[in-house]
Design a protein. Structure first.
Length: 414
């Protein structure tokens, strides 16, 4: 409530990167023309063909280009058309009927106000999301439906609280911890129900998140990581200089670790509960030892998963370093890679710590439900003949003995 933002502060569009006005458009016609005929200077480009730029210029001069006519489908200029030349070596080749996203720059000359910025991917992305939702519901049934609802709420918390609060100038670390805690509470209780088992998982996740926050803050400051390492972060810093970019990096580490933490803590708590169900007489030490053995296998797989996930995201960057034939020390020392290393290792430490913490909490809580001790045997001296006779008459001859208690520590009503 204290951190709730009033909305992201407004700013003037720079026209750079994602900070551009865009509209939806359609490629209505594509003509193949000589690249020389559409060269703005009217001259054949020259250059050193041993370089990439010179070789590309020579290929364009003698190659075949595409001259695409594009119609704007949304906005005030709906129906307006413009042309764009696509060089043969460009990665994005336009085809007739293709849906595209165009950037609009009102301060440019009228003929240059629109340009193709990207391809419209809404249909395949929406279809993939539908397939994902159907698969989750078919396999998970009611739990799957609850998981999808929790996922939608998580995106709402990020979109309406975390991002605007950071843009408004609030401390990114505090916002990330509060926002992650809200997501965790909603997701876990919604998917797994309001129970002691879920509460233990919530507590274990919260402790691990705090540990990740402390370690992340310490090593980000110690390694002098600024968080401003690419064009997007540079644009954010330029538009909102008050944002703490290193704090934003730490917030990303906390939020990125939350999803895997939920998986670890819920799994460990469920394992301890099932061990107790199988043997209610186990004390908390025995439950902890059995649970931690399961947790060791979980740690090995989860840490590998997290490292590979971050490595996959940074694969183009690692490929550039490989091309440059840089040493491992040089690569690890660069801020771009150092960010990923700190992100991976801090998150992994939090994951590893969550296993013993959650297992210990679950063992202590579930061990409180111990079987009731058996009734003390009655001494022969205190048993009168009358009582023995009454007891013998109370049990019919040939009847089965009374069933023993289930050992759950609760008295059943008959």
């Amino acid at each position: 409530m204290v951190l709730w933002p009033g909305g992201a502060p407004a700013h003037e569009r720079t026209g750079v990167g994602f900070d551009r006005q865009t509209q939806q458009a359609t490629v209505t016609k594509v003509l193949r023309v000589s690249c020389a005929s559409v060269n703005a200077s009217g001259e054949t480009p020259t250059g050193d063909t041993s370089t990439a730029e010179g070789s590309s210029a020579q290929q364009q001069a003698g190659g075949t280009c595409k001259k695409a006519t594009i119609r704007v489908d949304t906005g005030d200029d709906k129906g307006r058309t413009f042309t764009e030349v696509v060089q043969p070596d460009q990665s994005r080749q336009l085809e007739q009927g293709e849906k595209v996203v165009v950037a609009y720059e009102p301060s440019a000359p009228k003929d240059l106000q629109y340009s193709v910025a990207d391809v419209n991917r809404r249909v395949p992305m929406a279809l993939l999301a539908i397939i994902f939702a159907v698969a989750v519901v078919v396999v998970g049934r009611l739990r799957g439906v609850m998981a999808l609802i929790a996922l939608a709420i998580s995106f709402m918390v990020l979109n309406f609280f975390v991002l605007p609060a950071i843009l408004q100038g609030s401390n990114p670390l505090i916002v990330a911890v509060v926002g992650s805690s809200a997501i965790m509470l909603i997701a876990l209780y919604l998917c797994h129900g309001l129970s002691a088992r879920t509460s233990v998982a919530v507590l274990g996740t919260l402790i691990s998140l705090l540990l990740i926050g402390v370690l992340g803050s310490l090593f980000i400051d110690w390694a002098f990581l600024t968080g401003n390492t690419d064009d997007n972060t540079g644009l954010i810093h330029g538009l909102y200089p008050s944002i703490d970019m290193s704090g934003l990096l730490l917030a990303g580490i906390i939020i990125g670790s939350l999803g895997v933490l939920d998986d670890v803590t819920v799994t460990q708590t469920s394992a301890v509960w099932e061990l107790h169900e199988a043997n209610p007489a186990m004390g908390w030490r025995a439950l902890y030892r059995a649970g931690i053995r399961i947790g060791r296998d979980h740690i090995a797989s989860v840490v590998n998963t997290l490292v590979l996930a971050y490595a996959g995201a940074a694969l183009p960057l690692l490929l550039l370093f490989s091309i440059a034939q840089s040493s491992v020390g040089t690569v690890a020392n660069s801020e771009l890679v150092a960010e990923e290393i700190v992100r991976t290792l801090v998150g992994s430490i939090g994951l590893v710590a969550s296993v013993p913490v959650t297992t210990a909490l679950a063992a202590l809580v579930v061990a409180a439900d111990r079987p009731s001790p058996p009734a003390a045997p009655t001494s022969p001296q205190s048993t009168s003949p009358a009582a023995s006779t009454a007891s013998a008459e109370a049990v019919p001859v040939g009847s089965a003995p009374a069933p023993s208690r289930s050992g759950r520590g609760r008295r059943r009503k008959h």
